[in-house]
Design a protein around this ligand. Structure first.
Ligand code: ADP
Length: 397
């Protein structure tokens, strides 16, 4: 019995894929189809340490899936003989309907389609990937793994917005949370690093990529998370504002004459550290701040101050915190962000080891001082492996 899964992450203009072994984490191939729907498509396919790049227009997701299968035929591994047990699909919004992964049938497709209103940017692209993959691989079970599922344990006190209850119910307005696959994987790996059962471990997981979210994890379950109805709420991100006074929206509509789509675009695509400094990439931002660029310095401060506030808030929510865990591009790599975020938090029992923090590494590690009551961990995330594991668990059940 093999345990290989084809993992598909289908976005509106890109399709990422991996063939990964759900048991040993071995990656047999990894690829990316870019610029779907425009001209100048690029397909990169990596296998055995070698990268093959093909340039060709990819007008739609059907063409992207065809390009992917061709890459497997040309460069291997051959998908018929590799022993695939499932195709695992990342789906952003599973609503209240899905607390765990599910084998995709027509009914699941219908429910995910109904949830498009809640995730208009993401679910249609995920559905496009599901549709073409089911057509290309009709004999394999397809499993949907939802970004929101891990957060379905968040209790009402933390997922309820204090607005008119009827309006909220009718329009499904509540905190859903996102990045759940990453938070699930990282919190489990963090407990392993601490040598404790997840069920007895409390932690604050900071997933800091282009999008960023904080999650309070109690006993292995999400009990609060910073993203909300959409991925806009919470932390300051690459291009998203995170928390703001909601009345800023009314103010801009009334005084700047901006319409809803313009404000949506402003807060999602032109805010965050990009809006503050003109730089989206954390490497550029830190470098600019170090040369004394005042806009970059402020952006970095605002980014880290927001993180600090969430660490404080989730410490209060959890009561006892065993670890603060950093993950994703910024969390795994930026010693500057980690140091600025946690500086002065000794009062919460968090004491960072400056030397361990400055050391680079690709593996999970503890970077707190030996005597620190709360451990500080860096744990590389692996959403593809988590999707493969969850898909394998569903089909082997
Ligand atoms: P995504 O959300 O797109 O999956 P990633 O988790 O790959 O994002 O994170 C992307 C972010 O990680 C970028 O803002 C990038 O600047 C940042 N990053 C990557 N490497 C470093 C580094 N060495 N130092 C600081 N930031 C880094």
């Amino acid at each position: 019995m093999t345990s290989r899964v084809l993992v598909i992450n289908s976005g509106s203009s890109s399709l990422k894929y991996q063939v990964v072994d759900a048991v040993d984490g071995d990656v047999l191939a990894v690829g990316l189809v870019e610029r779907i729907g425009t001209t100048g498509g690029v397909i990169s396919h990596e296998v055995g340490g070698e990268k093959h790049v093909l340039r060709r227009d990819v007008p739609d997701h059907d063409a992207a899936m065809a390009a992917m299968t061709e890459a497997f035929v040309s460069h291997g591994p051959q998908l018929e003989t590799v022993g695939l047990i499932a195709v695992g699909h990342r789906v952003v919004q599973g609503g209240e309907e899905y607390e765990r992964p599910v084998v995709i049938d027509d009914n699941v497709v219908r429910v995910v389609t109904e949830l498009v209103d809640l995730a208009p940017l993401h679910n249609p692209a995920n559905l496009a990937g599901i549709r073409v993959a089911r057509a290309h691989f009709p004999d394999l079970p397809h499993v949907a793994i939802f970004d929101t599922a891990f957060h379905m344990t968040v209790p009402p006190v933390a997922h309820t917005y204090a607005i008119d209850a009827d309006v909220a119910r009718r329009h499904r307005v509540r905190r859903y949370g996102f990045h759940g696959t990453s938070h699930a994987y990282v919190s489990r790996e963090a407990a392993r690093l601490l040598g404790r059962p997840p069920a007895e471990t409390n932690m604050i997981v900071l997933h800091l990529g282009n999008g960023a979210s904080a999650t309070a994890v109690r006993g292995g379950e999400s009990v609060d998370t910073s993203m909300g109805l959409t991925p806009l709420e919470g932390l300051v991100m690459g291009t998203r504002s995170g928390d703001i006074d909601p009345a800023i929206v009314f103010h801009l509509a009334r005084t700047a004459g901006m319409d809803i789509d313009e404000i949506d675009d402003l807060l999602n695509k032109r805010s965050g550290v990009l809006g503050l400094s003109g730089r989206q990439d954390m490497r550029d931002l830190v470098a600019a701040a170090e040369t004394g660029d005042t806009a970059a310095m402020l952006a970095l401060d605002v980014y880290c101050y927001r993180l600090r506030k969430y660490v404080g808030a989730y410490t209060a929510a959890l009561g006892r915190v065993d670890a603060v865990v950093f993950t994703a591009g910024v969390g795994e790599n930026s010693a500057a962000v980690r140091a600025r975020t946690l500086a002065g938090l000794e009062v919460l029992g968090i004491e960072l080891d400056a030397e361990a923090n400055a050391a680079t590494g690709r593996t999970a590690r503890d970077i707190a001082l030996p005597g620190s009551r709360v451990r500080v961990l860096v744990v590389p995330t692996n959403e593809e492996l988590e999707i493969a594991r969850q898909a394998a668990e569903v089909v082997n059940r």
